[in-house]
Ligand binder design. Structure first.
Ligand code: 13P
Ligand code: SF4
Length: 296
């Protein structure tokens, strides 16, 4: 199946992008694996005719926003992100009416229709830098309250939170970190900014998924406790075969990130199913917010 997919991708001039949380066999057939920021940048630059996005819906949507001339395929259209569904254009407009007008910084884990109402997007890799770039002192960050709190702790901005969260990272607690440290006392703890503030406090390093891979590669340490979705263990072990990685908890598995199989990838590419599109009246304002994030 892996060979069949690679052959078909070549014939159709398709590029396969996979998020770092995707199952190992999907990462193995991808042209590029990465965090949300790296995948957005790649989607904006590729000259392929087709982008097969192995991730969740908002990622494929972002790829389409950046590359409307290409066919963007999500091999399983039911792969969504519960956090992205915690904000809608209506609820955002209501909040802005109550708070007063202010710049909106929207995490890429959000619907295109919410990006369209935003000033700029961010990912977990650049949230602090994006917040600092905004001239105003007060901003609203949606939809992840944990990422917003983390950003507020590193930035001078007054940040208003949105009560959204990732159910996968939310379940990682300081007790899990303590237990993992007891079992592996020499291993630093790396945690994702989608974790709760008390969990981040218990960690040594806070980084995006690719940021964790880079940290492990550059560190002199030989073992690490990983506080994020367990799919990241595969690319970590691949990047650092001589180092040990332990999940901070086995509970942190995202069911949506595990939906796509090799068969789904093949059939979507062969039959051009799972096309993701965004209407132009939403795409254009959403594009402005995503482009502002990418261009420095
Ligand atoms: P990053 O890979 O950008 O850190 O994102 C994590 C995530 O939860 C994506 O859904
Ligand atoms: Fe959404 Fe969390 Fe799954 Fe990422 S890990 S796709 S934020 S539910």
């Amino acid at each position: 199946m892996k060979e069949k997919i690679r052959k078909l991708a070549k014939e159709k001039n398709a590029i396969i992008l996979a998020h770092n949380y995707q199952p190992p066999e999907i990462q193995d057939i991808a042209d590029l694996c990465g965090d949300s920021l790296e995948l957005s940048i790649k989607a904006a630059k590729t000259d392929a005719d087709i982008i097969v996005f192995c991730g969740v819906h908002f990622m494929a949507e972002t790829a389409y926003i950046l590359s409307p001339g290409k066919s963007v395929l999500l091999p399983r259209t039911d792969a969504g992100c519960p956090m992205a569904d915690m904000v809608s254009p209506e609820s955002l407009q209501k909040k802005l009416a109550a708070l007063g007008k202010m710049p909106v910084v929207t995490y890429v884990n959000s619907p295109a229709s919410v990006k369209a109402l935003s000033d700029i997007c961010c990912t977990s890799a650049n949230a602090v830098e994006v917040a600092d770039r905004i001239p105003e002192n007060e901003i609203l960050m949606v939809p992840d309250r944990n990422l917003a709190q983390y950003t507020a702790s590193r930035s001078a901005k007054k940040i208003h939170l949105w009560e959204g969260y990732c159910p996968v990272h939310e379940c990682l607690r300081p007790e899990d970190i303590r237990k993992a440290r007891d079992a592996h006392p020499n291993a630093p703890v790396l945690a994702h900014p989608e974790c709760r503030p008390e969990t981040l406090e218990a960690a040594d390093v806070i980084a995006s998924t690719s940021g964790m891979i880079r940290y492990a590669q550059e560190s002199e340490k030989k073992e690490f406790i990983i506080g994020t979705e367990t799919g990241l263990l595969y690319p970590l072990r691949k990047a650092c075969p001589d180092k040990q990685f332990y999940p901070a908890s086995e509970k942190t598995e995202c069911p949506d990130m595990k939906k796509i199989s090799l068969e789904d990838v093949y059939s979507s590419l062969e039959n051009m199913t799972g096309l993701v599109r965004v209407p132009e009246n939403i795409r254009l304002p959403a594009l402005r917010a995503v482009e502002r994030m990418i261009e420095k």
